[in-house]
Design a protein around this ligand. Structure first.
Ligand code: HSE
Length: 453
């Protein structure tokens, strides 16, 4: 078949209705239904594809009612979706790693492609799920799992594929970014800002996953597995959240020109890869610093392309649904390459070597609560000096009371140092009789060198 006939045949195939089953009709599911309803003609005009939501499953009928799902499409039985051979793709938006895993595997087993936003599921059970998909010659698409509506998975797989990715620095959790922005710019309390993020639908059902850094860790594991072409072990990530952050440190950092962000950082070096999630200070003129509210921003450094930055709404129903529908269109159009989707299954993939966090180098912010009396600063600087940790800035504010002997905060910014040595120094400083509270340590993240690993 050539020319016009071939084109007509292709167009006819593309005009077939692509039937979709949706499991989970919550914040994101409702918006997926809405996009498929409102944008059907526009999608068809742009792609030649007809996407149709033919079944919606949820435990709670009222959720489907909110999304305007007709009664005859609704079911409480997921099996109704797996048993319907006309359904080409199942969208899993249940969340969690138990029932959701079962649904994903059953859909693949039934010969259906899967679209999911479930980062916890993929970070923990990705290998098993990708293997099942591979065995069934089906696809699991997960653009919505990282960065909400920001295209990240596709660019890593396609647009940047010629590159060796050296580093990813990401603000990957909208809830944490919202909380930190509100605390920093509006002086809100942590609890107040968290409640607002929950009300806006950014937070996970269990917000502990957001604020503990767990959600960021899941996303980083997924991104790193693609970027570094390996099977990332979630347990090897060093993860710290924002629950322990003190407003005093956010404002002390601000005074020095830094903004506090929860970052997921993946780096590749000759000695191995490092993956970590922790609060970090970034200089106020760094692009990540100005990413506020529920926005996410992800810097990706490739050896040819240099620095690329992806920015957009990282959480919430509408942005996440936008990514889910993009995956559906990708699958319906047949563009979703089934073998290329799972680099961690390649035969050539070997388990990565993880660089221990103690060996990593960074700058540090340290806040010490110390006695305000002679010789204290000397004792502290001696400890740093003995471990080759060089001080770059020190701040101590004048106390209101004039008398010697009270308590005062001392903030130290260091030059780059090895984390293991910094931890030893802080253990020693904590033991000094003049130190009155556990020292606060926050890493200061500098711009990654564009063309060096
Ligand atoms: N709870 C997540 C966040 C939603 O706040 O970023 C998207 O994964």
């Amino acid at each position: 078949m050539h020319g016009v006939a071939q084109h007509k045949e292709k167009f006819r195939a593309m005009s077939d209705i692509y039937k979709i089953g949706l499991i989970g009709c919550g914040v994101v599911g409702q918006q997926v239904a809405e996009i498929l309803r409102c944008e059907a003609d526009e999608i068809s005009k742009k792609t030649g594809l007809r996407l149709q939501l033919v079944r919606v499953c949820d435990k709670d009928r009222s959720q489907a009612v909110k999304a305007g799902i007709p009664d005859d499409l609704f079911t409480t039985q997921a099996a109704d979706i797996f048993n319907d051979k006309s359904i080409a793709a199942v969208v899993e938006l249940v969340g969690g790693t138990t029932v959701a895993k079962d649904f994903v595997l059953r859909a693949l087993d039934a010969g259906q492609d899967v679209v999911t936003a479930n980062k916890a599921l993929l970070a923990k059970f990705g290998r098993e799920i990708y293997r099942a998909a591979h065995a069934q010659n089906r696809a699991v698409a997960f653009e919505a799992s990282c960065g909400g509506g920001i295209p990240l998975i596709l660019p890593l797989r396609n647009g940047l594929v010629a590159n060796r990715i050296n580093a990813i620095y990401g603000i990957l959790n909208g809830t944490c970014n919202y909380i930190l922005s509100e605390m920093s710019t509006k002086g809100k309390s942590y609890a107040e800002a968290l409640a607002e993020a929950q009300a806006a639908g950014f937070a996970e059902l269990d917000p502990t996953l957001d604020v503990s850094g767990g959600d960021t860790a899941h996303k980083l594991a997924i991104l790193a597995s693609i970027a570094f072409c390996c099977d990332v072990d979630l347990d090897r990530l060093n993860v710290e959240g924002i629950e322990q952050l003190d407003a005093e440190d956010i404002s002390a950092g601000k005074e020095l020109g830094y903004v506090c962000k929860l970052l997921g950082i993946a780096q590749r070096a000759d000695s191995g890869i490092s993956l970590r999630v922790h609060p970090a200070f970034v200089h106020h003129d760094h692009p990540l610093a100005s990413t506020a509210g529920s926005f996410n921003a992800i810097s990706v450094y490739g050896n040819w392309v240099g620095h690329t930055l992806f920015l957009g709404r990282g959480a919430g129903g509408k942005p996440t649904a936008s990514a889910v529908v993009a995956d559906l269109i990708d699958l319906a159009s047949g563009n979703a390459g089934r073998t290329f989707r799972y680099p961690m299954l390649n035969d050539c993939t070997t388990a990565p070597k993880y660089v221990p966090v103690e060996e990593l180098r960074s700058r540090f912010y340290v806040r010490l609560q110390v006695a305000d009396r002679p010789g204290v600063m000397g004792k502290i600087t001696n400890v740093f000096g003995a471990r080759q940790i060089s001080i770059r800035a020190v701040t101590q504010h004048e106390r209101v009371e004039a008398a010697v002997g009270g308590s005062v905060s001392v903030v130290v910014l260091t030059h780059e140092a090895v984390e293991g040595r910094m931890r030893e120094a802080l253990d020693e400083i904590s033991a000094l009789d003049v130190v009155q509270a556990k020292p606060v340590l926050i890493r200061v993240v500098s711009e990654h060198a564009e063309y060096a690993s």
